[in-house]
Design a protein around this ligand. Structure first.
Ligand code: ADQ
Length: 479
């Protein structure tokens, strides 16, 4: 029945991602309704999805539940079923306990388990199969992210007629680290099934081509990798971005401006407001950042009666061990800093472990004088771009880690090394005390970059490159 439904909807454009772009919400009458999940990828791809009879293949978020494909908001959704055990082994295990730390410079220790790999392989097959069923002859397929690195090759084996793109949202590590992975060859071969492999930074693309050349003895010329079959693939950087105009207009709305002013009052009308916004993840350098700030307070450089720090962290991957530990560590650090250095009227750090609607985030960005983004490693980091998009009066200062993908584009930020606590203290102090002219000059340059390189530009440049390739080569063609 589901295969039939899929056949009656051959799609010219298919997005494949771990999650469908919808969440289930109660419809008020005891049933459920689908709602678009907030996120840049959905926003960017919606117009393409509608124009080209798009389909989106992904998990719907509930374990052990089979759902038929259905239409939603002008395009077709194809749910992929996962068992509770697969969620544990493929998603929490191999994706978030093995690949995530390995690809982020091993800032936590990756675990290698054969059962996790088996589940990853099996689930990737299921995604490839569902995609092969729904894609029209000669369709364009865009596979997303580290959970699905085997899908390009699995899909090409089933459907050599397709044009296949792949984009990795997280960093691609240097050979020295990637080599640890017991299944390194399978992953590289999986990715090479794509016609274009997109990375956040040129460095990630180079790490990939270097592995193809040195480990797999393939021929490479700049971004082009030639496979033993004669087929070639491109590995290239496409730095992802945000819907800058949409966010800016939200930030400029009357409601947001009022909320921003109210937030500052609620925080005790500080002279300077620092802000941190992150998923609660050990790659984000939250602990390092708060420790550096605590030292600034202890040193007397920052007076907590005049300066506030608002840190919000979205709960994330709470069943994974490393994340539980991080949550406890941050709780303890905030408690210690506030206990030692806070005031009856005001804590040194206001910490909220919660997720907020976009409008509330826009108000926070609008209210904050300094936004502090300090990942130990980050594929891109969208928070820094969101902050910049919200600063239409060109004030505000961005403190940014060198270890984010965004650092390659946002050169005018106050750059810091999050491993160097003095560098962080210096960066935060400078951002707080710099002259208005300096801050404006930097912010103007940052805004130019973000507004000329938005999410539409990202999607368009990737899809244009994919469309410009010669039509899919037959399986055994080649000179
Ligand atoms: P993430 O690791 O999730 O993304 P990031 O790029 O910073 O990191 O995006 C986080 C998003 O979540 C932002 O849009 C932000 O506004 C939102 N967010 C954060 N805290 C929130 C809160 N408390 N409440 C509500 N929303 C919150 C991965 C990679 C990144 C890459 C992106 C996109 O790790 O490197 O930039 O994908 O490719």
């Amino acid at each position: 029945e589901s295969a039939e439904a899929a056949e009656s909807h051959p799609a010219d454009f298919v997005v494949v991602a771990n999650r469908l772009p919808v969440d289930r919400a109660s419809d008020g009458g005891g049933g459920t309704a689908w709602r678009t999940a907030p996120g840049g990828l959905v926003t960017a791809l919606e117009p393409v999805m509608r124009d080209r009879q798009g389909a989106w293949v992904g998990w719907h978020g509930a374990p052990d539940e089979a759902l038929d494909p259905f239409d939603y908001d002008g395009y077709h959704l194809v749910p992929v079923q996962l068992s509770a055990q697969e969620v544990e082994e493929y998603y929490e295990g191999f994706s978030n306990g093995t690949l995530w730390p390995l690809y982020h410079d091993v800032v936590a220790k990756p675990e290698y388990h054969r059962e996790w790999w088996d589940a990853y392989h099996a689930v990737n097959e299921r995604f490839a199969e569902a995609t092969a069923q729904v894609a029209a002859q000669g369709a364009t397929v865009w596979v997303q992210d580290y959970q699905l690195q085997l899908v390009p090759q699995m899909l090409r084996q089933r459907r050599p007629d397709l044009r296949i793109g792949y984009f990795l949202h997280i960093p691609f590590p240097p050979i020295e680290l990637f080599q640890q992975l017991p299944w390194r060859r399978q992953i590289i071969e999986g990715l090479l099934g794509a016609d274009i492999i997109g990375f956040q930074t040129p460095g990630g693309a180079q790490n990939f081509t270097r592995i193809c050349r040195h480990r797999l003895k393939m021929e490479t010329h700049r971004e082009v990798v030639t496979l033993p079959t004669g087929r070639s693939t491109r590995a290239k950087a496409y730095p992802i971005s945000i819907d800058a105009k949409g966010l800016e207009s939200l930030a400029q709305s009357q409601a947001t401006l009022e909320r921003a002013a109210e937030l500052r009052r609620e925080l005790g009308d500080p002279e300077v407001l620092f802000l941190g916004v992150d998923r609660l993840d050990y790659t984000k350098g939250i602990y390092h950042r708060l420790r550096a700030y605590g030292e600034l307070v202890a040193d007397g450089i920052v007076d907590p009666r005049k300066v506030a720090f608002l840190q919000v962290a979205t709960p994330s991957r709470e069943r994974v061990e490393e994340y539980k530990r991080l949550r406890d560590e941050v709780n303890m650090l905030v408690g210690r800093i506030n206990g030692d250095l806070g005031d009856v009227r005001r804590p040194a750090i206001t910490y909220l472990h919660a997720s907020f609607p976009r409008a509330e985030l826009a108000a926070m960005y609008t209210a904050a004088d300094v936004c502090v983004v300090t990942p130990l490693r980050d594929g891109m980091n969208l928070v820094c771009k969101e902050y910049v998009a919200c600063r239409s009066n060109t004030d505000g200062a961005l403190v940014l880690s060198e270890f984010t993908g965004a650092a390659g584009e946002l050169r005018q930020a106050y750059m810091i090394n999050p491993y160097d606590i003095n560098s962080m203290k210096h960066g935060m102090t400078l951002a707080m005390n710099d002259t208005v002219q300096n801050k404006r000059r930097r912010m103007r340059a940052l805004r130019r970059q973000v507004f000329t390189h938005d999410i539409d530009a990202w999607a368009t440049s990737f899809l244009d490159d994919l469309a410009a390739l010669p039509p899919a080569q037959a399986p055994s063609s080649g000179p």
